[in-house]
Design a protein around this ligand. Structure first.
Ligand code: GDP
Ligand code: MG
Length: 363
């Protein structure tokens, strides 16, 4: 999905298209024309020949006629104890009930909910919102489409509320404010709203574009309205991605499991990830052995906007690492080696049509 043409790759690197074609030929990629698309892994290897690293993390929005709608990825942020986990838990219960999987849901780093009202899917990051968001942003990964800013009705705007708001604003993510704990007798919604306005959150009822929803994760009140607000924002963004081709994904969480080895939660950004795919993740590689969806059910493939827990990596990646499916294990090893080899090289970021080329070229 994030493929570049020979011509664009040559432009980005600053060499002739003949040179690029020559290098691609040497790794077994014969190109017919300079408008041919170069698979991402091959592009990375070619770029590496010229001392460039390629960051694909930003490249990921499909467009054009073949792109299909995908679920929005939502991060819940807000001050500690304002009800983020409780909200996520009630959303998750919804998803379990809806899929009739029953039992205990596993805590993987992200989960997909088929929303009860619209029957549309949303994917929620299930990590402490802030930490994951920060880690991923630090690594240049843009995984979140929407932010829910949770503000407790009994406590109002607090330091981390403001911090979360400024983070959401920096990344350009549309925001929905959820005023939580509205069931409490001491809830003061008006006061919370005034404080939000004072913190420069542009609320809809004051002429801005930020919708406010009053919820109680405890009673379930307002959750449908929150869903509607999120779906509305998602529709404005017209989120879509190509399902064809090799997958690009982002790691949102990873750990070492005693029995399973490295386990990572990923969200697919483009293409379709399959069991058996060879992948490069950061400087690691692997072959997807098994995948599970967020209810713990084994699955064979994952589509854009969907999360999955994957096994089969040769090490534990970091949150924010980009995962790229490649054609075979040999290619996976070569790309991860190439990445490792220039890990210490000084980086230069160059804007590029389909992502960012970064390398150690002269400035
Ligand atoms: P977090 O730190 O933002 O994840 O907050 P938690 O979800 O852990 O919630 C902090 C406390 O607030 C817990 O004791 C929750 O039971 C309580 N809480 C969360 N949501 C609600 C709500 O909607 N109503 C009431 N009454 N209590 C809530
Ligand atoms: Mg929590």
């Amino acid at each position: 999905p994030g493929d570049v043409t020979v011509r664009r790759l040559a432009q980005g690197i600053g060499v002739s298209t003949e040179k690029i074609e020559e290098v691609l030929g040497s790794i077994g990629e014969e190109m017919q024309s300079i408008e041919d698309r170069v698979p991402m892994d091959a592009a990375e290897l070619a770029a590496a020949e010229f001392g460039w690293a390629v960051s694909w993390a930003q490249s990921i929005t499909g467009s054009g006629t073949k792109a299909e709608p995908r679920p929005a990825v939502v991060t819940v942020m807000g001050h500690v104890d304002h009800g983020k986990t409780t909200l996520l838990d009630s959303l998750r219960r919804t998803s379990v009930a809806a899929s009739e999987a029953g039992g205990i849901t596993q805590h993987i780093g992200a989960f997909e909910v088929k929303m009860p009202g619209s029957k549309r899917s949303l994917t929620f990051l299930d990590t402490p919102g802030h930490a994951a968001f920060k880690a991923m942003r630090a690594r240049g990964a843009k995984v979140t489409d929407l932010v829910v800013l949770v503000v407790a009705a009994d406590d109002g705007v607090m330091p981390q509320t403001k911090e979360a708001y400024s983070q959401a604003r920096e990344c350009g993510c549309p925001l929905v404010v959820a005023i939580s704990k509205c069931d409490l007798p001491q809830a003061n919604v008006e006061k919370a709203k005034q404080q939000l306005v004072a913190a420069e959150v542009e609320l809809e009822e004051y002429g801005g574009n930020v919708q406010v929803v009053q919820i109680s994760a405890k009673t379930g009140a307002g959750l449908l309205e929150l869903e509607e607000a999120l779906i509305l924002q998602a529709d404005v963004l017209e989120l879509s991605a190509l399902r064809d081709g090799t997958a690009e994904a982002v790691v949102v969480e990873a750990h070492l499991d005693k029995g399973l080895g490295p386990v990572a939660t990923i969200i697919v950004k483009g293409g379709t990830l399959h069991v058996g795919d060879s992948v490069v993740v950061g400087t690691l590689w692997g072959k997807i052995r098994t995948m599970k969806d967020s209810t713990g059910t084994p699955i064979n493939s994952v589509l854009p906007g969907q999360p999955a827990e994957i096994c089969g990596l040769r090490g534990v990646p970091q949150a924010g690492d980009a995962l790229l499916a490649v054609c075979n294990e040999d290619r996976a090893k070569r790309v991860s080696d190439a990445r490792a080899a220039r890990k210490m090289a000084p980086m230069l970021q160059v804007p590029h049509m389909n992502g960012v080329l970064s390398g150690c070229g002269e400035t």
